[in-house]
Design a protein around this ligand. Structure first.
Ligand SMILES: Cc1cc2nc3c(=O)[nH]c(=O)nc-3n(C[C@H](O)[C@H](O)[C@H](O)COP(=O)(O)OP(=O)(O)OC[C@H]3O[C@@H](n4cnc5c(N)ncnc54)[C@H](O)[C@@H]3O)c2cc1C
Length: 369
């Protein structure tokens, strides 16, 4: 199976980089292609920056497996590389008896995923967060925040130290089957072949998959874009922990996070959109204040301003989809779809998973040849 490359990854977001990093330890030629001028300019720098614990996801889903383990491996990596992080913990709050029942269900779900949460009463909450108004709360001690930019920079260093290459300003326009390899063509109409191609194109991965000659369209999942806007607080942070309301159908609710500069950020909200536009509508301010007021009444005396936004890629299965496409006759193609939250927390585990897939694929095909 002659080809120009062994493994090619499309997309230098945190997931593409984590995949390429892991492959670069086991494969000789790893190439990452990115359409932007540098890494991580899309969703990987447009999120809450939270290392999640693995509370919400369905048992045995990829999200639950990768998030629980990814939480531990990402903290370990951060310690080894001295990447700034803060295991500050998070409170998930209920505002009344009915929400309290949902908290109890959430605690049970977390336990099924092997994540233990502590139920707090009002006194305990008050001791931890005096400015917080709520009826009851769950405490997640393993939730925290991390410097994502620095994580990605370390992944780039690992890839390059292992002789992998990242090429920027290189947009992949078409993929096609070429004998037992995948042919990829960029916007300058240059084509190469690779034994394995991993599509980590984030918001664009389903469109790239649809463009492949030979891909049956119904085998590419429908993706809904759900935009999440953020507002930042001017002045001192009222909370030491991350504060989350109960989850909603598309997200985790407008929550309060701190970043590593101790600045408080509120969001993301949920807005179904058809196209990619990261501008934040300042008219959303009143809705944000209404939501935040429920858990922090003093917000009415403070100022928040529009900050940034990100766009979730929701698939119907509500789980990560990572699929090797031999069954569709597209040998050597691996597609990643629906890599929304907790994609950042899960990135090292996604890298492990894809690496195992690639090794199995090559073993099978090299035995056949
Ligand atoms: C609002 C929001 C909040 C979130 N909060 C959290 C959180 O707190 N914790 C957490 O664990 N996860 C969180 N996530 C999820 C996390 O941000 C994503 O899972 C992660 O960033 C996805 O990384 P990625 O590399 O798959 O995608 P991206 O970062 O979008 O990278 C994809 C890359 O592919 C490139 N690309 C696309 N098409 C092509 C092409 N044709 N040719 C070449 N390059 C191409 C793009 O330019 C881009 O750089 C959040 C997501 C959102 C939207």
């Amino acid at each position: 199976m002659g080809s120009d490359f062994e493994c090619v990854v499309i997309g230098a977001g945190i997931v593409g980089l984590a995949v390429a990093r892991r492959l670069s330890f086991d494969f000789k030629e790893v190439l990452v292609l990115e359409k932007n001028k540098t890494f991580g300019l899309e969703n990987s720098s447009r999120n809450s920056g939270v290392i999640h614990a693995g509370i919400y996801y369905k048992k045995k889903s990829l999200k639950s497996i990768f998030c629980k383990k990814g939480n531990q491996t990402l903290y370990k990596y951060a310690c080894e590389r001295r990447i700034d992080h803060n295991k500050c913990g998070k409170l998930i709050i209920a505002q009344n008896e009915s929400e309290n029942k949902q908290l109890i269900k959430l605690k049970k779900n977390a336990a099924k995923n092997g994540v233990s949460l502590e139920k707090l009463n009002k006194n305990q909450i008050n001791m931890l967060e005096p400015e917080l108004k709520c009826f009851s709360a769950l405490h997640s001690p393993t939730t925290g925040i991390i410097d994502i930019q620095n994580v990605m920079l370390n992944f780039v260093t690992d890839i390059e130290n292992n002789n992998g290459k990242i090429v920027y300003n290189n947009k992949i326009k078409y993929l096609s089957k070429h004998q037992n390899t995948i042919k990829f063509t960029n916007d300058k109409k240059t084509s190469f072949t690779t034994k394995i191609l991993i599509n980590c194109a984030g918001l664009h991965s389903h469109n790239l998959a649809k463009s492949i000659d030979g891909m049956i369209q119904k085998n590419v999942p429908e993706v809904t874009y759900v935009k999440g806007n953020y507002f930042k607080l001017e002045g001192k942070s009222p909370f030491k922990k991350l504060i989350y309301p109960l989850p909603t159908s598309y997200g985790l609710g407008i929550h309060s996070t701190i970043n590593l500069n101790n600045q408080t950020i509120f969001g993301p909200d949920e807005e179904i959109v058809k196209s990619i536009d990261y501008s934040v509508n300042k008219n959303k301010k009143e809705t944000f204040i209404k939501n935040i007021r429920q858990f922090w009444p003093d917000i009415i005396n403070k100022t928040i301003t529009e900050d940034y936004s990100g766009i979730r890629t929701k698939v119907r299965a509500n789980d990560f989809i990572i699929e090797e496409c031999s069954k569709y006759g597209l040998c050597g193609l691996i597609n990643l779809f629906g890599i929304e939250s907790p994609g950042l927390t899960s990135c090292l585990q996604i890298g492990e998973y894809v690496n195992t897939m690639c090794k199995k694929y090559l073993q099978k095909n090299e035995t056949k040849a």
